[in-house]
Ligand binder design. Structure first.
Ligand code: DHB
Ligand code: FE
Length: 289
């Protein structure tokens, strides 16, 4: 059967993608950000998944105010990097896994979560920047991402957004779905976005280091209690875009300890301010066999 072996959590700052694509990752400002991912790139090579289930948010790129799915699962064979207004990022197209994605859709919908099924979608920085951070720069002419990816888009842009509690429960349903897939696949689940940041209004530029680090602590040690935090606390404490962090609870809900297994091993933890307008947070949690 398929199983979830690890979860990865990371911010998705678009300027990180631009720094990589424009060859600026060696500059002192960016070096401090990328230093936090040196371990992670090696870890990913040593812990190569067969499939990545990547929880991210679309930033009014593939979707718009015309259509706002709360949870959308990508069942396509391929996803192109989106043009977000300055041309598509020069990174490889993302290969999907239609068979596993369709199975997860079937299982999770029958488990009472209403998913939107997406057969065509361009993917924005919310998905491609985490891939770049974990896999390093990729030349689209010669390279490819290391494995197929199932994109799972969450609406955290237009209110109402889903609660942390619902995201955490959804992660548990995703775990059940993966474990009922009848093929030996090593699946990682990634939760992306965050950490504290606010891009507009009187509080633009808000960063809350203390709250972010407490979030990381609690994500590791008491995720069920963390899932009870209401959305208004994210907005108040972590800024309007800090709400992206509820996506991390989907990945965390899919870990083995939530289903009665042993606590995960913390393989890596990183926190850095600033990167563009946000705090960068990053965690790798491994399920113990
Ligand atoms: C920034 C961060 C984001 O998460 C995003 O989606 C867009 C911009 C920023 O730091 O500028
Ligand atoms: Fe964002």
């Amino acid at each position: 059967m398929a199983r979830i072996t690890a979860s990865v959590y990371t911010s998705h700052v678009p300027a990180i993608g631009a720094a990589l694509d424009l060859g600026k990752s060696g500059e002192p400002y960016w070096q401090k950000v990328f230093a936090g991912y040196e371990f992670s790139k090696q870890w990913l090579q040593q812990n190569r998944p067969d499939v990545i289930f990547l929880v991210f948010n679309d930033h009014a790129t593939a979707f718009s105010l015309d259509l706002i799915p709360t949870f959308a699962i990508g069942t396509a064979a391929q996803y192109r990097p989106a043009d977000e207004g300055y041309g598509a990022r020069p990174v490889p197209a993302v290969q999907g896994h239609p068979a596993l994605a369709s199975h997860i859709a079937q299982s999770v919908i029958q488990d009472d979560f209403d998913l939107t099924i997406v057969n065509r979608m361009d993917v924005d920085h919310g998905l491609t920047v985490p891939l770049s951070l974990m896999c390093g720069a990729q030349d689209p002419k010669v390279g490819a991402w290391p494995c197929p990816v199932i994109p799972f888009a969450v609406n955290v842009v237009q209110y109402p957004v889903p609660s942390g509690r619902r995201c955490f429960a959804l992660g548990q349903a995703i775990r059940r779905a993966v474990e009922s897939y009848d093929e030996d696949l090593n699946v990682q689940i990634w939760g992306t976005g965050g950490m504290s940041h606010q891009l507009q209004g009187p509080r633009a530029g808000l960063i809350n280091r203390e709250w972010d680090n407490r979030f990381l602590d609690r994500l590791i040690d008491e995720p069920a209690a963390l899932a009870q935090v209401p959305h208004i606390e994210y907005v108040r404490e972590a800024g309007s875009e800090g709400i992206e962090l509820v996506m991390w609870l989907i990945a965390r809900g899919a870990m083995g300890d939530v289903a009665g297994g042993p606590p995960p091993r913390v393989a890596h933890r990183f926190y850095h301010v600033p990167a563009s307008n946000t705090a960068v947070g990053h965690l790798i949690l491994e399920n113990r066999a």
